[in-house]
Design a protein around this ligand. Structure first.
Ligand SMILES: *Cc1c(COP(=O)(O)O)cnc(C)c1O
Length: 409
């Protein structure tokens, strides 16, 4: 058997489908975000990053950096073990207290990433409930889908953000059967928002539990950065809120928050929590500093909202195909994988602007796009340069200016 050839063929398939991923090598410059250095072909060039999930620039915030470096100095860098084997540091416990408070819940449990928190959290809850039926939004993130798969439970998919379809599905299920509704608040590729209150109404009517991924909202929405559920005053109606410490909070790690018993059950049963080394104290301390800062400071959120509005207005004004939405995510539609890659390459090479192409399977085929994430640290001059660069790229590549409809389901 020629094992090697199988891998070569697998890579060839990716290439022929325009799915082969090329990563730009970026060196972030603390204190100068969104500027970064791009390393390619032995050269280093200064660029502007327009696609970071460090949505508020908290990854370089002085309080956050200080928390990490000081904790590293006092506690060292590693966790020393799993949570059970000497890894339950004071820093992790403090972080969990901050997160429970952020979401108005009894308890929170920290994982090494948001991905792991979804995979382990969903699989564990669903497995504990006898014959649980999972109702999953069509656009849910891969980490939720993997959690569903791992649970081994039955799953039905409801059309994206479609309450009528969700209700139709719920109506057809035995009222006594345990049900868990899985959805996100801000969907990261289209930048649209789930009808959280409506989903909670249905959950109550049909006796279902709710699990909400607020990964793209925590830190950025709500008076204290508790997410869309906080902004819409429905946090107490959602059973489990999941979030990341790696996006707006700018660090690393993920978590679930909920009632004491639910969180305790996940703690006791989730392999992805039990059998892996805990978050290191410097990382936990930095994340806690970021969460704490954003609870008290609205300046980053206001700055982001302002620069997002200005970016959308500038791109719309230039006739670029911006997908309308009310969040910080600004998708500019292209609709073809190789053109999307070509546009991204040209932006980087000619204009020193980094926006990675978003292609299948991250988004459905035919809805390939550039996904722009303005931060409070992108200035009006950055926005003007971005607009000029996109106009040049659209003309040079003959790209369409039509905003086609949302993805097929
Ligand atoms: C990024 C992402 C995650 C995973 O979070 P990480 O902390 O990056 O592992 C989970 N859910 C959604 C919707 C995401 O976009």
């Amino acid at each position: 058997m020629d094992y090697r050839q199988f891998f070569v063929n697998a890579i060839d398939r990716l290439q022929s489908e325009n799915r082969y991923r090329v990563f730009a090598q970026i060196e972030r410059a603390a204190g100068r975000f969104p500027a970064a250095i791009w390393h390619a072909d032995g050269e280093a060039r200064e660029i502007t990053v327009w696609c970071s999930n460090d949505y508020l620039g908290m990854g370089q915030h002085p309080d956050v950096v200080a928390a990490m470096t000081e904790t590293a100095r006092t506690c060292g860098v590693g966790a020393g073990g799993t949570r059970n084997i000497s890894g339950t540091s004071r820093a992790v416990v403090d972080l969990e207290t901050e997160l429970a408070d952020l979401h108005g819940k009894d308890a929170a449990l920290v994982f090494t990433s948001g991905y792991v928190s979804n995979e382990a959290g969903i699989a564990t809850l669903a497995k504990l409930l006898p014959d649980c039926l999972l109702l999953s939004d069509a656009f849910n993130h891969n980490s939720m889908i993997e959690g569903i798969r791992r649970s081994g439970c039955d799953k039905v998919v409801f059309r994206h953000n479609d309450l009528a379809h969700l209700e139709e599905l719920l109506r057809g299920v035995d009222p006594a059967r345990p049900k868990l509704i899985l959805f996100e608040s801000v969907y990261s590729m289209d930048g649209d928002i789930a009808p959280i209150a409506g989903i909670c109404d249905l959950a109550r009517r049909y006796g279902a539990m709710t699990y909400l991924d607020e990964v793209h909202a925590v830190g950025m929405y709500g008076p204290r950065g508790g997410g869309i559920a906080e902004r819409e005053r429905v946090m107490d109606r959602v059973d489990v809120i999941e979030g990341t410490l790696a996006k707006a909070f700018g660090v690393m790690g993920g978590y679930v928050a909920g009632s004491r018993d639910i969180v305790d059950a996940i703690r006791g049963y989730a392999p992805g929590f039990i059998f892996t080394t805990a978050l290191p104290p410097p990382v936990a301390a930095a994340a806690a500093a970021s969460v704490r800062h954003l609870k008290h400071s609205g300046a980053e959120r206001r700055g982001q909202a302002r620069q997002v509005a200005r970016t959308k207005a500038a791109l719309d004004g230039a006739g670029l195909p911006v997908l309308a939405g009310s969040t910080h995510i600004v998708p500019v539609m292209i609709g073809d994988a190789s053109l999307c890659k070509a546009a991204s390459d040209r932006l980087l090479e000619r204009h020193g602007i980094y926006i990675q192409p978003i292609n299948y399977p991250t988004v459905p085929r035919g809805t390939e796009r550039l996904r722009i994430t303005p931060t409070p640290l992108h200035t009006d001059a950055h926005i003007a340069a971005l607009t000029d660069a996109l106009v040049e790229v659209w003309a040079a590549l003959g790209l369409s200016r039509a905003v086609f409809a949302q993805a097929a389901e």
